[in-house]
Design a protein. Structure first.
Length: 113
């Protein structure tokens, strides 16, 4: 695998393609990916979702690695969607309804005391 000169494969360009003809890709980091993914899965026009990690300093980190901190990764949801049935603006509406930009790695109402 070529890393395009990057020191880590995790920093290489993403070569993935949408899951089907006419689909587009979008990726959102909104804190913990579990409930965010569920909302995207229920959105009309979304064909597929995937969860994983973006950025960071470790190739192929585990959930425990990322949640333990120190890897620099963000939990993300990748959305394969039909732009005709689900405009990008609808995806952004979901993102802003679920994400709390004032706290690191948190969603709206995701605070545990």
């Amino acid at each position: 695998m070529s890393t395009g000169g990057a020191a880590s494969p995790a920093l290489a360009p993403d070569a993935d393609a949408p899951a089907g003809e006419g689909l587009a890709l979008a990726q959102f980091a909104a804190g913990c990916f579990w409930s965010v993914e569920l909302v995207y899965q229920r959105l009309p026009g979304v064909a597929r979702t995937e969860v994983g990690y973006s950025q960071g300093r470790r190739h192929a980190p585990t959930y425990r690695d990322v949640c333990g901190g120190g890897t620099g990764h963000a939990e993300v949801v990748r959305v394969h969607y039909d732009p005709e049935a689900c405009p990008y603006g609808a995806l952004l509406d979901v993102f802003w309804a679920k994400h709390n930009p004032t706290t690191l790695n948190r969603q709206v109402r995701a605070r545990v005391s």
